[in-house]
Design a binder for this molecule. Structure first.
Ligand code: HPA
Length: 248
């Protein structure tokens, strides 16, 4: 089954027919909210709002382990994340969609592994390709089938937040090879890998990153919300199509 983790601007799926909600406790604490079970068309999906259904949990405080553990306990094979980002590369302009294929992790102090206890053997997880290629291709195909443009690939820089970056930090990230910057891709992606789940992200460019485009002297948060509102209608369509093609 496909699970969808919604980020900023996507706390519910209007086209999802909800069948039940499941409040879970996990060995890692409570997920961001109840798991929402339902159907998009004929296809069963689970939805979880990463920041809580009232958008109250900041990126550094999301219980990523509880979220991924909860999903992996429910017959989920794939997780698609919807994540808002700032655009660093020049074609990643506000409103653009991308399906990244690489990650650089700048976060710190987050609980980022399930293999953290002395009772478990030391485990080093391969993370050369942090996203599941099969699911990435399905995301791209779903976008194409909806007639929506999505940029294929790109390097996602995960920052700690909740503050936005300085212009110099963005310049450094660009030198590192980053194309977009967001606050939630890690440790979500590695935890999904550790749990054996296929994971991909649809990145929604909410703004030019700090110091770029019209964010030259600051990021205007009202504009971010307006861009996300419009872009999420495209994302919802793509998710509907993805649910359709995921298991077929
Ligand atoms: N930086 C980090 N995270 C973000 C941004 C940004 O500019 N926009 C949306 N999420």
């Amino acid at each position: 089954m496909l699970a969808i983790i919604g980020g900023s601007g996507l706390t519910q799926l209007v086209n999802m027919e909800v069948t039940r909600r499941l409040v879970m406790r996990t060995p890692y604490g409570e997920p961001s909210g109840a798991l929402t079970f339902g159907r998009i068309g004929d296809n069963e999906v689970i939805f979880l709002a990463r920041h809580g259904y009232a958008h109250t949990i900041p990126p550094h405080d999301v219980n990523y382990r509880a979220n991924i553990w909860a999903l992996s306990s429910q017959n989920v094979s794939s997780v698609v994340s919807v994540a808002s980002v700032g655009g660093i590369r020049s074609d990643l302009v506000p409103g653009a969609l991308a399906v990244p294929d690489q990650i650089i992790d700048y976060t710190y102090g987050r609980q980022s592994t399930f293999f953290d206890s002395r009772e478990k053997p030391v485990t080093h997880t391969d993370f050369t390709e942090p996203f599941c290629e099969d699911l990435r291709v399905k995301c791209m195909r779903a976008a194409a089938l909806c007639g929506k443009k999505a940029i294929d690939g790109g390097v996602y820089a995960a920052t700690q937040g909740p503050r936005l970056e300085t212009a110099a930090e963005i310049n450094r990230m660009e030198r590192d090879g980053a194309d977009m910057v967001g606050m939630t891709g890690m440790p979500e992606a590695i935890l999904a890998r550790e749990a054996g789940l296929c994971y991909a992200a649809i990145a929604v460019v909410a703004n030019f990153a700090a110091g770029r485009g019209n964010s030259l002297h600051g990021i205007k948060l009202e504009e971010v919300n307006a861009v996300l509102k419009v872009a999420m209608t495209d994302v919802r369509e793509i998710l509907d199509k993805l649910a359709e093609i995921h298991d077929n």
